[in-house]
Design a protein around this ligand. Structure first.
Ligand SMILES: Nc1ncnc2c1ncn2[C@@H]1O[C@H](COP(=O)(O)OP(=O)(O)OP(=O)(O)O)[C@@H](O)[C@H]1O
Length: 292
């Protein structure tokens, strides 16, 4: 399922910063995106949503600049051009619960300036079909399950074939089967498009992203391939029968042994690293949340 497309930069951001009072939500973020799905990982409060909102032109940065798909949102015309090719799935999509799935997506299509009624209705049907919601398109959103609502939000983001898709934790709250289905949809969306996907699920990144950015305290801690992030943990994951006090983090696994990350003692039984291990080590264990 992993998207492999690379190539020239479609988005380049330089030194983006944004403060909320005394909080530096973004503190000099520079990054480069290409076509395909890039994962954005980071602990709570790292600045992921803020970065996505800036890149989706929902809020201007205090400092720094970016261009996306050749458009400069620092100018009024560039901002408009970028918005016309943008699909944004925010963390809390603002549904009107009494709208049906069709009415909501149609409403978004109108906002996206699809003014020809026939073409617009065809496009709404197309995106609802793409996310497998054709059968419930006449159902009110308040009666849909959480997973279906997420798919309505994705359909709305896909209206008008955007070249740049910004997805803020789209798989949160989904059961494993729905999450798998959603990953397939995002992988399809990533073919030929630039997709930035914020998530807390390291498996989302391992299974579907060709690049990954790790953000912490408003700064980029890592930018590269999922394989590079995993490789950071090579030789730094080991098993033990008791909790190892020298480990940066350690947790008891289902088999009763401990999985530790950090600097292993001599003779330790090394384990195959995962992307999550590489991610936790990148955060240096400081703000990593490890749930066994
Ligand atoms: N509108 C706001 N007003 C004040 N502070 C804000 C605002 N939005 C974000 N922040 C602060 O900026 C920092 C980054 O928040 P942000 O929501 O971008 O993090 P996040 O990585 O998306 O977190 P999470 O994983 O919990 O969604 C946090 O300290 C947050 O409290």
């Amino acid at each position: 399922m992993t998207t492999t497309s690379t190539g020239p930069a479609t988005l380049t951001a330089t030194d983006l910063s944004l403060r909320f009072g005394g909080t530096r939500a973004l503190d000099g973020v520079s990054l480069r995106l290409t076509r395909g799905v890039t994962g954005l990982l980071g602990p709570n409060g790292a600045g992921k949503t803020t970065l996505l909102r800036v890149l989706a032109t929902a809020v201007p940065p205090d400092g720094g600049a970016f261009t996306a798909l050749g458009h400069d949102p620092g100018t009024a015309s560039g901002r408009l051009a970028l918005r016309r090719t943008l699909g944004y799935l925010p963390q809390t999509p603002g549904f009107h619960p009494d709208f049906t799935a069709f009415e909501f997506v149609d409403y978004v299509a109108i906002l996206k300036e699809l003014t020809d009624r026939g073409a617009r209705l065809r496009e709404v049907r197309r995106v609802l079909e793409a996310v497998d919601l054709s059968e419930v398109r006449g159902t009110r959103i308040k009666r849909l399950s959480g997973g279906m609502r997420q798919r309505v939000a994705l359909a709305a983001a896909l209206v008008g074939e955007p070249g740049f898709l910004v997805l803020d934790e789209p798989t949160v709250g989904l059961d494993p089967e729905q999450r798998m289905r959603f990953r397939e949809l995002i992988a399809q969306a990533g073919e030929g498009r630039t997709v930035l996907l914020s998530t807390h699920q390291t498996e989302d990144v391992a299974m579907l992203c060709h690049r990954v950015v790790v953000l912490a305290e408003g700064r980029v801690r890592f930018e590269g391939t999922p394989a590079d992030l995993t490789a950071r943990a090579a030789g730094r994951v080991w098993s033990s029968t008791e909790r190892d006090p020298n480990a940066l983090a350690g947790w008891r696994t289902g088999t009763g042994t401990f999985r530790n990350i950090g600097d292993p003692p001599t003779g330790a039984e090394l384990l195959e690293p995962t992307l999550e291990d590489g991610y936790l080590l990148t955060l240096d264990g400081e703000s990593a949340e490890v749930t066994a």
